[in-house]
Ligand binder design. Structure first.
Ligand SMILES: CC(C)(COP(=O)(O)OP(=O)(O)OC[C@H]1O[C@@H](n2cnc3c(N)ncnc32)[C@H](O)[C@@H]1OP(=O)(O)O)[C@@H](O)C(=O)NCCC(=O)NCCS
Length: 116
C-alpha cells in the first residue's frame, strides 16, 4: 500500500512457531471524519482463515494499541468492512460514518477508538 515503507508505518505480524498467521499495518494518517492531532490508521487487517476465531486478530489490535500509546497517539481509526464491524465493536471501536462503498471490495464504515 502507499506509505508502506515510511519510517512511521508499522507492520505487525502474529506468529505461531515461525508461521505468520495474522497481519495488520498502521499508517500515520488523519481521518477526514476526526479532529484529533495524533492519529493512526489501521489497514490490511487479516488472519489466515485456518486460524480465525482464536483471538489472534484481537491480540494484534491490542498489541498495536499498546505500541501506539507509547508514541502518544490519541486515536486509532479504520475503514471497516461491513462484515468486520462486529469484530471492531468487540474491541470497543465506534462507527463514525454512514456506510460507503470501496470499489471492488464493498460496503465499509469508518470506525475509531480513542487511546488516550
Ligand atoms: C476480521 C478478522 C481479522 C478477525 O480475526 P480473528 O482472529 O478471527 O478474530 P478474533 O478471534 O480475535 O475475534 C475477537 C472477537 O471478535 C469476534 N469476531 C471476530 N470476527 C468477527 C466478525 N466478522 N463479526 C463479528 N464478530 C467477530 C469474535 O467472535 C471474538 O469475540 P469474543 O472476544 O467475544 O470471543 C478475520 O475474520 C479476517 O481476517 N477476516 C477477513 C479479512 C477482513 O475482513 N479484515 C478486516 C478488514 S476491515
Amino acid at each position: 500500500m502507499e506509505g508502506d515503507d515510511l519510517e512511521s508505518t508499522k507492520h505487525i505480524g502474529a506468529f505461531l512457531d515461525s508461521r505468520c498467521v495474522g497481519v495488520l499495518s498502521l499508517f500515520e494518517t488523519t481521518s477526514p471524519y476526526l479532529i484529533e492531532k495524533h492519529q493512526y490508521q489501521l489497514r490490511g487487517m487479516a488472519v489466515n482463515p485456518n486460524y480465525r476465531g482464536q483471538s489472534i486478530g484481537k491480540k494484534l489490535v491490542l498489541f498495536s494499541e499498546t505500541e501506539l500509546k507509547t508514541l502518544n497517539i490519541e486515536l486509532l481509526w479504520c475503514n471497516a468492512r461491513a462484515s468486520a464491524v462486529g469484530f471492531y465493536k468487540k474491541l470497543n471501536f465506534e462507527i463514525n460514518s454512514d456506510e460507503f462503498q470501496i470499489p471492488n471490495i464493498g460496503p465499509h464504515y469508518s470506525m475509531f477508538k480513542k487511546l488516550a
